[in-house]
Design a protein around this ligand. Structure first.
Ligand code: KG4
Ligand code: ZN
Length: 354
């Protein structure tokens, strides 16, 4: 029997616009992480430009790896394997990370594994470092809400590799809804954190925005009606009114998204009778969602976790922990593996009724 354990891996995340590398150990301890964002380059174009994302990963990735190893006094020879995001994502962006991981694997004769980006978000709450410890271990069942720029899903999380989709958005993701409103109202891209900031001094009841699918007891969501309603409202306001009402518009719009997410989370907890949940993905950085989640946990007598901001948004540490656990289960990817723009059918079990 092979008793070799992968102690330490180098992880790479390049599925979208952020370039991130991390050193993670077998217990999910983050030994080091370095990120380079490209927001400024994409902001000029009002959204993520795939070619710019790929080009920037090409520019940033190897220097980041070099600095990470140097900062932590680790040589390539001390790394037991390589983990990379293989899907879903922008193909050109994924290729840069995947080819780098495969090349390092070939050169060092150490295994590599490509993991699903969304699995990374589901494992993120279980990372640990000097300041952060998870409240429970990653083998325990709970409800997971994953909300990012590309996804809004509710899962029954049952441990590594065992994820049942209970609900998902029918159209826009929650992050996309934030970003579209940010553009509409002139805050630039990405809008999520800017709306969050403006909303802090606004009245969430000042404007009425629709909350879709709040009557149904299924766990699917929809945010496209919200965006259209916001567009109509903004068009009816003068430029002066838009400026004067900016913080109230942001607070009211944010409240509509948060209300839907919390309603769906509450339904999922009621349906499954589970007493634990976590929220992950870029939108879990939202301060209103965080405080409403805390209230929900108190009301429903649940334990809950939201990873710190550094592990909420896209990062290589979450990819690394998912990958090292899989490597330690005997999995690895072949050098012939290619990237995929979408998840594989076997990544998640879809338990939605219709
Ligand atoms: O997980 P992530 O970094 O990338 C994807 O996998 O999509 O999520 C990015 C999304 C963007 O839509 C961004 O606007 C949103 O997360 N976001 C926020 C906040 N910070 C980031 N949304 C609301 N409030 C925030 N504070
Ligand atoms: Zn993500």
């Amino acid at each position: 029997m092979n008793s070799f354990k992968f102690q330490k891996i180098l992880a790479i995340e390049t599925s979208c616009d952020d370039t991130s590398v991390a050193l993670v150990d077998m217990d999910g301890y983050v030994l080091g992480i370095l990120n380079q964002a490209s927001d400024k380059d994409h902001e000029l174009h009002g959204g993520i430009v795939p070619e710019i994302a790929s080009r920037n990963h090409t520019l940033f990735l190897l220097p980041l790896i070099e600095s990470l190893l140097k900062n932590h006094n680790v040589t390539m020879g001390e790394i037991d394997g390589f983990v990379v995001t293989g899907r879903p994502g922008l193909i050109g962006a994924l290729i840069v990370g995947l080819m780098t991981a495969k090349s390092l694997s070939l050169a060092t004769q150490k295994p590599f594994i490509a993991v699903n980006h969304l699995e990374g978000h589901l494992i993120a709450p279980f990372l640990r470092d000097k300041e952060y410890q998870p409240k429970w271990t990653c083998d325990q069942s709970c409800i997971a809400l994953a909300v990012s720029g590309g996804h809004s899903n509710i899962y029954l999380y049952k441990g590594l590799g065992n994820y049942e989709i209970l609900g998902a958005t029918k159209d826009d993701a929650a992050g996309e809804a934030f970003d579209k409103f940010g553009k509409l109202i002139g805050l630039g891209f990405p809008g999520g954190s800017k709306i969050d900031y403006q909303a802090k001094s606004g009245d969430p009841k000042k404007f009425q925005f629709p909350r879709s699918m709040m009557v149904s007891d299924n766990l699917d969501m929809s945010f496209s009606g919200l965006k259209s309603s916001a567009q109509r409202l903004i068009e009816s306001l003068s430029p002066m009114e838009r400026t004067r009402e900016l913080n109230h518009l942001c607070a009211s719009y944010q409240e509509a998204i948060v209300d839907v997410l919390i309603y769906k989370l509450r339904n999922a907890l009621k349906k499954t009778k589970l007493k634990r949940f976590f929220i992950t993905g870029g939108v879990s950085a939202n301060s209103r969602l965080r405080s409403k989640a805390e209230e929900l946990a108190k009301n429903m007598k649940c334990e809950f976790m939201i990873p710190p901001l550094r592990y909420c948004t896209d990062n290589a540490a979450m990819i690394g922990y998912a990958g090292i656990m899989r490597l330690n289960l005997g999995e690895a990817s072949p050098l012939s593996l290619g990237p995929s723009p979408s998840s594989w059918p076997q990544d998640f079990t879809d338990k939605r009724t219709i």
